[in-house]
Design a binder for this molecule. Sequence first.
Ligand SMILES: NC(=O)c1ccc[n+]([C@@H]2O[C@H](COP(=O)([O-])OP(=O)(O)OC[C@H]3O[C@@H](n4cnc5c(N)ncnc54)[C@H](OP(=O)(O)O)[C@@H]3O)[C@@H](O)[C@H]2O)c1
Length: 212
Amino acid sequence: MKIGILGTGNVGRTLAARLVELGHDVVIGTRDVAATEAKAEAEFPAPLRTAPEAAAHAELVINATGGQVSVAALQGAGAENLAGKVIIDVSNPLDFSNGFPPHLAVCNTDSVGEQIQRAFPDARVVKTLNTVNAEIMAYPAKLADGDHTIFVSGDDADAKATVTQLLREFGWLDIVDVGDITTARGTEMMIIQWVRLMGPLGTLAFNYKLVR
Ligand SMILES: NC(=O)c1ccc[n+]([C@@H]2O[C@H](COP(=O)([O-])OP(=O)(O)OC[C@H]3O[C@@H](n4cnc5c(N)ncnc54)[C@H](OP(=O)(O)O)[C@@H]3O)[C@@H](O)[C@H]2O)c1
């Protein structure tokens, strides 16, 4: 599949590497190609393009930008390049402006997933993967042989089916469709507990497992 990833942080780079490994046609979008290429830590497993070029290339777009800037980042990619497309939203609206622990910039009655769906009504937003770290997103089998849970939220059944297939390619086994895009509120709020578990557990490689 032709996939455009917006976000050049750890998540964007890790998902890009995994998708290339799985044989997908991936480009990574950034606001300033030259500035991003010049970053010392940056190694890009797929071609780096402007955000509009990456979105135009894609049948499916992944939003891996900060939750507080996601709508702006997607606006930068151009609504015309997102129309009709599936957008996987992995963002969290974590606000570290008052240090640790962070709070959520949006929660309870709204979510970044919903903000994106409202801003781009012609796109089909699916919230998923935001409840685990980048390595586990891409390689779930590295933790407990994949015996743990990932959630999907979205209004469009076909889009959720496409995303579920991609999650299976990553190795996800227990994929729970929580419901429409408003259910992204719950999965975004789960991150508040996740960041508080990092210290006591002493690792980023953990996840929730739903038992029923
Ligand atoms: N790190 C994890 O393991 C993890 C786990 C779960 C969920 N998440 C979520 O995944 C998302 C990505 O996380 P990350 O740690 O990889 O990266 P990040 O540092 O949260 O975000 C990096 C990206 O945000 C973009 N960005 C920053 N300010 C922007 C602005 N004003 N307008 C447009 N774009 C802007 C940057 O774009 P440029 O390339 O243009 O500079 C960069 O690509 C976040 O929402 C995070 O909460 C992360």
